[in-house]
Design a protein around this ligand. Sequence first.
Ligand SMILES: Nc1ncnc2c1ncn2[C@@H]1O[C@H](COP(=O)(O)OP(=O)(O)OP(=O)(O)O)[C@@H](O)[C@H]1O
Length: 422
Amino acid sequence: MSTEKKVIQEFVLEQDNELRFEVESKNEKVYLTLKSGLAEVFGTELVKAKTYEFTSGAKVAVFTWHGCVIEVKGKTDVIYTAKETPMVIYSNCHAALELMRMEAEKDNKRGPIAMLVGPCDVGKSTVTKILLNYAVRMTRRPIFVDLDVGQGHISIPGTIGALMIERPASIDEGFSQEAPLVYNFGHKAPEPNTSLYQIVVSQLANTVKERLEVNKKTRSSGVIINTGGWIKGSGYRQLLDSAKAFEVDVIMVLDQERLYNELVRDMPQFVKIIFLPKSGGVVERSKSIRSESRDQRIREYFYGTPKNSLYPHSFEVKFPEVKIYKVGAPALPDSCLPLGMKADDHMTKLVLLTPNAGLLHHILAVSFSENEEDIISSHVAGFVCVSMIDNERQTITLLSPQPKPLPNNILVLSELQFMDTH
Ligand SMILES: Nc1ncnc2c1ncn2[C@@H]1O[C@H](COP(=O)(O)OP(=O)(O)OP(=O)(O)O)[C@@H](O)[C@H]1O
């Protein structure tokens, strides 16, 4: 047990102030308690006298609309109170979406489909979370869509997905992950395979639209879509395609006027484009921190969080028991392509793999599809990780959240890897 005494600090926040802190040191824990007044963390209200725990990697902002007293116990790397925040502007956006939801409810129509866009590290995921939390606090049931394959807020990185939000995010664990709809893309950025990205985005958009049709409450609550930070060149065209696929009504552009003006120029008139300033608190993340947080997401998928541990299973499957596919075949010169085939088509071609040492540590998506034709357009049941390949015995050892048997024998290779150090 550590004999080191924990540092205790008390902060008195005036109305509209924000206490920001970061926990960086490994194995460090910081405890936060609301002593009096009202406060929230990214849209989720703090319960008075309850202690919240934050571990290494946490970047937190405690905002108060009315003033409060906060106690922070433990070693933070940065901690300060900010008087200037864009929270009033974000709250006005929520109010505008809420008006659209009220109209939609009255006329039994679809509520607002809003998309957050902007470069990396401007707070897109954070504003998405704030807007979802505010909506659900008004008893709405919006759908959260995450198109950012880099971080994987709904499932693991390399995927896109949708989740119906029924209660505010937990301060330390995020949104409850009940029955998310997840599509495997298999790369940590859209660039390596934009054709495939476009297909999975359209597929997700169609499924989300179907869900809006069948649930009245969700239909009027609408959808909030988070996107990745790739906004230049084909990344920008990709954004336009995604906006079209989801039939968005509102696009909120964080921090970049150029992107805002391009969207005003290129989107149809009925789509409202809104410019939002970035919060001064948003922390920039280096490549290595992004990579660490991707690892952390995958580890949490298999092993859970300190508060909610999971115990994954490890089992063997024989080579013939599974079919492992890779999406995207090596490119062929135009002269070698069959008549009518475009050079781009190879990017969505399925290649059946013979299990080999190259699969070691790779993530495999367990497809819901029953035949080869539907693999790309099917959502996935979950993920396993290849922890051993034994060529002699013709077996693959898999780390899996569920015990044997696999729900399907069709597996799809992801570029993402996970080193299981447990
Ligand atoms: N007001 C704030 N105070 C302190 N930290 C903040 C604040 N807003 C956001 N952050 C932190 O900054 C980090 C980056 O924010 P966020 O993930 O929302 O950015 P992003 O634009 O979605 O990034 P990316 O493009 O990489 O997905 C997060 O760790 C988040 O917790």
